[in-house]
Design a protein around this ligand. Sequence first.
Ligand SMILES: [Fe+2]
Length: 288
Amino acid sequence: MIEAILWDDWHVVAELAQLQHHGVWRTRLLGVALTLQWDFGSGLIRACRELGDDPGGMPVEALEVRYGFVWICLGVPARPIVDFAEYHEPGRLSGTAGSVRVAVSGLRAVENFLDLSHLAFVHAGFLGEQPHTEIAAYAVETLADGTLLATGCRVYQPKPSPVDSSGFDVDYIYAVLRPYIVVLYKANPVEQSRKDMIALFVQPVTEESCVAHILTCYLPHEIHPPTVRRFQQFIFGQDRPILENQIPKRLPLDPRAEASVRADLSSASYRRWLTAAGVRFGALAPTA
Ligand SMILES: [Fe+2]
């Protein structure tokens, strides 16, 4: 029995272009085996839950295409797919930047995305640089709609985006919209008062594996989609081995776990937020 907060919500299960390329796409969501089929004639997508050896399976009704990805809800959708005002802003260059399989809980992938302290080490020369390792104070709050928001984050980045620019102190805002969905707003190198948006839709495949689907929504300055994709895949490629080496593979929710190495405010807040929401899939529950 998987908690309703995940079961009755929408999750990305494929990049649309990948499904269209292959025609058939087999994957898992919350441990459930799924087959997606793209009908070249009608352009319709059919999704089935695989049931044991039954090749027919059980049709999945709740399916939508949004932001270049295929979204599925295994239960009864309790709320709509997340919406981004920036995505609809004219002139922005929005697009998928790929999907990366990671052999770790998707909650770990979200937490890593939130973690400012790893940037100067894991992404040295790009999203951070020594000796700029000090993380200035920032604020984390839970909004009335349930969003976990981190504001006032500021970090020196030598190459903050796919655009060729010099380094600067980049302003960040993080929003955790759903347990497995996190968005980053970061100052654009050309228009530093406006922000580029990068969303991470993490597909919980099993409790200890996930696919991180990336959506980018950049201001149009000198931005070319293939470069964006290469940049995001390169950055995520740096995170992947570190994520896959984390032990345990599930995210411990016990506040005492990993406290000494993970003193990061956003990480601790995210774990508390997950605990309060009753998220268990991909987590190690706190012990009494
Ligand atoms: Fe990273």
